[in-house]
Design a protein around this ligand. Structure first.
Ligand SMILES: NC(=O)c1ccc[n+]([C@@H]2O[C@H](COP(=O)([O-])OP(=O)(O)OC[C@H]3O[C@@H](n4cnc5c(N)ncnc54)[C@H](OP(=O)(O)O)[C@@H]3O)[C@@H](O)[C@H]2O)c1
Length: 329
């Protein structure tokens, strides 16, 4: 059995638990593809896993990492349409922080030609998540308006760009003026520094009290009631995380009077077939935009695999804008 370099979490804790180690190289089972990893994306859910708050789902690799770019190194039984040596990106349920990773065939997409290894590695987790939540769950459509919090995050940068690409008006919040400028360069129509302005007041004023059609929320806690205050009749609220906590008290009346829909989802435990549907839609609707450069993968900083602890420290600091990436070579 050959071995490979990988980063594991040595217990639960701060960035220092990221440890470079040697692991057995995985082999693809039926319906799976082995990828020689060029680069791997870091996501906030990896930080939650590192802190012991988000255990890998049953069957997932114990190695962290939810997305990679790379080259196909081996193909399992029952996989058609892919060849050894093809350049791909893949959404994983784990295993990305390593020289080799196995992905279910449904979760593999072509590496968009114009993108570097780092840019390509940063695509799957946020593009699958935003597509699934914004377009499939919240039925986003041209002419709708969207409020997205954490506009400068990996998820936020993707949400702003995809919403604009599909004809939505975008309101974004972020915690510094620099992050707000970044959101504006991505196309956000109205950007709000939530530390200096109450976002619900700005949205009320900028929509002539109508409110927004969709809220994509990663903040939770007291934001839910505040979000509801700035939603239009028929609005859809999608919870994808709760950085300010999972509990809140709420006046239920606007849900009835404005006929709101409150929903949410988490991507990682969903089946490969479910993720395959998202992959097919992304390939058809979004990959051409990555190929022609109208939608971009925004990389804040890339680190070599052995510096995973520094990469996690940067994510902990929340100083980044866009994606943080690990390079294998
Ligand atoms: N449900 C799913 O399937 C799914 C999938 C992927 C990711 N997620 C979640 O989506 C979120 C974003 O992920 P990511 O990888 O893009 O992370 P990220 O780049 O680290 O972004 C997190 C953002 O949250 C903002 N933030 C942090 N604490 C906040 C607070 N108390 N109030 C308001 N804003 C706050 C930070 O910006 P400021 O400096 O502006 O505060 C930061 O930009 C994470 O919570 C992640 O767990 C969910």
């Amino acid at each position: 059995m050959s071995s490979m370099r990988a980063v594991m979490f040595d217990g639960a804790g701060g960035p220092e638990v990221c440890k470079l180690t040697t692991m057995e190289t995985p082999q693809p089972g039926p319906g799976e593809i082995l990828i020689k990893v060029a680069a791997a994306g870091i996501n906030r859910p990896d930080v939650m896993q590192r802190m012991g708050l988000y255990p890998p789902p049953p069957g997932a690799s114990p190695i962290p990492g939810l997305e990679v770019s790379g080259t196909i190194a081996a193909i399992g039984d029952g996989v058609e349409g892919w060849q050894n040596g093809e350049k791909v990106v893949a959404l994983l349920t784990g295993g990305g922080y390593a020289e080799y990773a196995v992905a279910p065939k449904q979760q593999v997409l072509p590496w968009p030609k114009a993108l570097s290894a780092e840019e390509a590695a940063g695509l799957p987790e946020t593009f699958f998540t935003v597509w699934s939540n914004l377009f499939q769950r919240a039925y986003a459509d041209s002419g709708d308006s969207l409020l997205v919090h954490g506009g400068s995050s990996g998820i936020g940068a993707t949400a702003i760009q995809l919403a604009k690409a599909f004809g939505l008006t975008v309101f974004a919040t972020a915690g510094t003026d620099e992050k707000c400028s970044f959101c504006a360069t991505l196309g956000a129509d109205v950007v709000i520094n939530y530390k200096t302005d109450a976002f619900e007041d700005v949205i009320k004023a900028r929509t002539e009290k109508r409110g927004v059609d969709i809220v994509l929320d990663m903040v939770g806690g007291d934001y839910l009631e505040r979000n509801i205050k700035c939603m239009a009749v028929g609005g859809r609220h999608v919870t994808i995380a709760f950085l300010r906590g999972p509990k809140t008290s709420l006046n239920l009346a606007p849900i009835l009077t404005k006929r709101l829909t409150l929903t949410g989802s988490t991507l990682r435990p969903r089946s490969a077939d479910f993720k395959g549907v998202i992959a097919r839609e992304l390939h058809e609707m979004v990959w051409p935009m990555l190929d022609d450069g109208s939608v971009k993968s925004i990389v804040h900083k890339a680190y070599p695999l052995e510096a995973a602890a520094q990469a996690h420290a940067l994510m902990d600091s929340s100083a980044h804008m866009g994606k943080i990436i690990l390079q294998m070579d």
